[in-house]
Design a protein around this ligand. Structure first.
Ligand code: BMA
Length: 382
């Protein structure tokens, strides 16, 4: 072979996915942050690879509390998890929440101390789990909660807005928290950051008609570029997520563009829908989500869900059927708050002896579901 022909063949081989091993599908396929850390890039590739085989199961605040218990090192609840109480295994994905970090509280809006959260994040990561973090940040214009949809809030935090400088101090606190997430070798723990979620709903100040699509996109891009370029955080992947949606156009109306997003998802709660309706709804949305993910080279996920825990067979009879053969990376069950201080009782995954526990064990054994033990073997950061 002549030299130029030889070189040509060498490049063809080097560019083929097999040459680089299974962890990297293609050498040029990087997350939105082109300077992402090694571990974040590996996570990104492994999320994609595993999504072709099944989905990871996640739970919000899993290690911090469950129904009827709260993490307490002294009373022996360290290491406890409602998922583990039911299955003997931890979830594969751990969801955490930073609301109230921005207002300098020592605990988040659901009473989880931030210092402990960092330790628990590290535990989950060291077991090989995936970390995702949401942020129900207060309204920076009015000082009220995230659920205060006061007009003009998004505009006020954008460059040139009256709260822009103030808002940057909030992002500084997020950056400091993220910088505190390190593994045992001093490496940064990759995080799927999921700010401004349920963005098509009208209940949060960044949601629905409370801002224009252009304002939302600017908020998103500003946040990402501030954390990435200004604060130099390179261990974050970014998740864009809506609530229920009825068309691809609706899903994408506030989409900031492929260079700002890694994971795309939606949140869904069954509430009073009958099971058949829920199965149909989830299926329709997953079909649209998968199409968008394929066309835009993104990782699809069910970023939050809650079902009917009074239905004994809900996990295999409804949830698994809804997911069907759709290819998604992970699902995240929302928090098992139990009895809430302000009133109400809230939980979305079974706890010990809960009505759906036996069916959840069946769901756990399904070959499409991945929990900690299976994911740990995959070594997704290596
Ligand atoms: C909601 C509820 C609230 C909680 C909030 C933020 O869905 O679970 O109790 O404060 O999420 O985590």
């Amino acid at each position: 072979m002549s030299k130029p022909v030889w070189i040509f063949f060498y490049f063809l081989i080097a560019l083929s996915p097999g040459f680089w091993g299974h962890a990297q599908t293609t050498v040029w396929d990087l997350p939105s942050d082109k300077n992402a850390t090694k571990q974040a890039v590996r996570l990104y590739h492994n999320l994609k690879r595993l999504a072709t085989k099944g989905f990871m199961f996640g739970h919000q605040d899993d290690l911090a509390y469950g129904v009827g218990w709260k993490y307490d090192r002294l009373t022996g609840s360290a290491g406890r998890s409602d998922i583990k109480d039911v299955t003997g295994d931890y979830p594969a994905v751990y969801g955490w929440e930073l609301g109230h970090l921005e207002i300098d509280q020592p605990v988040n809006l659901d009473s989880v101390p931030f210092g402990r959260m960092q330790q628990l994040i590290r535990q989950g990561y060291e077991r090989g789990g995936v970390i995702t973090i949401s942020w129900h940040l207060n309204n920076p214009l009015t000082g009220k909660t995230a659920w205060d949809p006061a007009a003009g809030t998004v505009a006020s935090v954008l460059p040139g807005g009256s709260k822009h400088g103030f808002f940057k101090t909030w992002l500084d606190k997020i950056a400091a928290f993220m910088n505190g997430l390190k593994g045992s070798r001093g490496e940064f723990i990759p995080v799927i950051f999921r700010p401004y979620h349920e963005l098509n709903g009208s209940w949060f100040w960044w949601g629905g008609k409370n801002c224009t699509p252009e304002e939302f996109k600017e908020l998103w891009k500003f946040t990402v570029s501030y954390l990435r370029d200004e604060k130099k955080l390179h261990h974050l992947l970014y998740a864009y997520n809506t609530d229920r949606f009825s068309s691809v156009d609706e899903y994408l109306i506030k989409y900031p563009g492929n260079e700002w997003v890694d994971v795309i998802g939606f949140d869904i709660y069954q509430r009073s829908s009958p099971n058949d309706q829920f199965i149909a709804d989830i299926g329709k949305m997953l079909t649209m989500l998968e199409t968008i993910a394929t066309e835009n080279n993104k990782i699809p996920a069910l970023t939050e869900f809650g079902g009917n825990m009074a239905d004994t067979n809900w996990w295999t009879g409804t949830f698994l059927k809804g997911i069907g053969d759709h290819k998604i990376s992970y699902v995240l069950g929302w928090r098992n708050a139990g009895v809430k201080t302000g009133g109400g009782f809230e939980f979305y995954v079974p706890y010990r002896d809960q009505l759906t526990a036996a069916d959840f064990r069946q769901f756990y054994r399904d070959k499409k579901t991945f929990f900690q033990k299976e994911i740990g073997k995959e070594k997704i950061y290596q």
